[in-house]
Design a protein around this ligand. Structure first.
Ligand code: SF4
Length: 103
């Protein structure tokens, strides 16, 4: 006999899972910063699609902006822009940044 207690839980959407994470922003000390060039590289522009947290957005005149709200510290932007040098990346200080919540 199967009870509702035994029934498998429906799969959660990625957005629902990410919503459980907690972030403590280190105000005034961002762990990822942009080193601006006259023109954004294609690598930097690609982060609008690649960043899993949606931290990169395109704004007026096609420039890329960075907002670290929700950053998961995955390092994708660091790797993608390694050759262009447009990203300065470090881990947040202890006690700051993302706290992953599983389950
Ligand atoms: S470390 Fe990952 S989540 Fe954070 S800004 Fe870079 S690509 Fe986005």
């Amino acid at each position: 006999m199967t009870t509702s207690h035994d029934a498998p839980k429906p799969a959660q959407r990625m957005e629902e899972r990410l919503y459980k994470n907690r972030y403590l922003v280190d105000e005034g000390r961002p762990h990822v910063t942009l080193r601006r060039r006259a023109i954004d590289s294609d690598e930097l522009k690609s982060l609008v699609r690649l960043c899993p947290a949606g931290c990169y957005t395109k704004v007026e005149r096609g420039r890329v902006e960075l907002s670290l709200d929700g950053c998961m510290e995955c390092g994708t932007c660091r790797i993608v822009c390694q050759a262009t040098g447009e990203i300065e990346w470090s881990y947040p200080r202890g006690g700051f940044g993302v706290a992953f919540k599983f389950g």
